[in-house]
Design a protein around this ligand. Structure first.
Ligand SMILES: Cc1cc2nc3c(=O)[nH]c(=O)nc-3n(C[C@H](O)[C@H](O)[C@H](O)COP(=O)(O)OP(=O)(O)OC[C@H]3O[C@@H](n4cnc5c(N)ncnc54)[C@H](O)[C@@H]3O)c2cc1C
Length: 305
């Protein structure tokens, strides 16, 4: 069937994909079809502007459903897949089956002249790659690139299709990754710490500020991976989390590009650094040149006053 297809096994990402999906639908004049493995999620997608929602009924991981998905989207104009590890696996299979071009981690998507024009970030944010794909095209889209669309007036019909999983893939067991369970990406305010902190105990200064701001604590890679002062799910950057909070307070971190690529789309960035030449000040909306050991307690006290 012809159409713009979207799929992600991550419910939040699946909803976000509908936003570029709706834009492509308008440009290409093809129906927007949301695929999901979750009947509960199907109802949510049906109310967000999809023309059709199809529940893929069949036991299997998303990537094991790739052959079935590929045959379902055989006439697709564009297939958008959530850019998780599993999503990228699925997207590669689908693109190969369709003999279609594939772009990963697309930040912008536009249909023009019968092609899909995309951009993605390269070299940790130092370059933007523009790609032009003939249709049909497959693209993966990272988490939080788009906001989900506003609820639509009428809900789409939900259909269920039996699909066969690739028999060569068998999940024998699965164990959730042990962690704090904190979702940094969902936080609207973050206080992020770097190597300007001299000792683990000093992070209490940031914890206090985060408490006063009702913010979550985040960090640079060195704090998580080298010092092990905070868990890895709290570090931001090219090899860590990508966040888009309303407020990002960067304390005692230099603002190297590998870090900033994960937070530069924050709405407001506040930097506290004792080196006025620190790169973080180039990205900051507000900057305080000063010693964090002096500045953080003053900020916390002012917020609590
Ligand atoms: C392939 C690759 C991938 C990477 N991926 C990531 C990633 O995903 N995320 C990430 O964060 N990094 C990543 N890095 C590392 C990155 O390049 C930087 O080294 C790192 O982000 C710097 O961390 P930092 O800002 O905590 O430390 P530093 O760069 O050492 O900066 C510390 C800052 O604290 C300031 N400071 C010191 N004392 C005080 C004080 N008392 N008061 C106020 N300010 C003070 C200093 O002026 C300095 O600017 C990656 C690197 C590579 C090569």
């Amino acid at each position: 069937m012809a159409g713009i297809f979207v799929f992600s096994e991550d419910p939040a990402l699946a909803r976000q994909l509908l936003t570029p999906g709706l834009e492509l639908k308008a440009a290409l004049g093809q129906p927007l079809v949301a695929l999901t493995q979750s009947p509960a999620e199907a109802q949510a997608l049906a109310g967000l502007g999809a023309d059709r929602v199809i529940v893929l009924k069949g036991a299997g991981t998303p990537e094991a459903l790739a052959p079935a998905v590929a045959s379902l989207v055989a006439q697709a104009g564009v297939v958008l897949v959530g850019g998780t590890l599993r999503g990228k696996h699925l997207a590669a299979h689908v693109a190969a089956a369709l003999k279609a071009g594939l772009t990963t981690d697309a930040k912008t998507l536009r249909a023009e002249g019968g092609r899909l024009e995309t951009t993605r970030i390269l070299y940790g944010g130092l370059a933007v790659c523009e790609e032009s794909l003939a249709l049909p095209a497959v693209a993966t889209v990272p988490q939080r690139t788009f906001l989900p669309p506003a609820p639509a007036g009428a809900a789409a019909a939900v259909e269920t299709i039996d699909v066969a999983a690739d028999a060569r893939v068998e999940v024998l067991s699965s164990t959730p990754v042990a962690g704090e369970g904190v979702d940094i990406g969902a936080a609207t305010r973050l206080v992020s710490v770097g190597r300007g902190f001299g000792a683990r105990a000093d992070l209490d200064l940031a914890v206090d500020l985060a408490g006063a701001l009702k913010a979550e604590l985040a960090c640079t890679r060195g704090i998580a991976e080298d010092e092990h002062w905070l868990p890895v799910e709290r570090y931001i950057g090219i090899s860590g989390q990508t966040v888009k909070p309303e407020l990002y307070v960067a304390a005692g971190l230099s603002g190297q590009v590998q870090h900033m690529v994960g937070c530069r789309e924050s709405k407001i960035i506040v930097a506290i650094n004792k080196d006025e030449r620190a790169p973080i000040f180039e990205a900051a909306d507000y900057g305080i040149v000063g010693d964090l050991y002096t500045v953080l307690p003053l900020l916390t006290a002012a917020l609590k006053a």
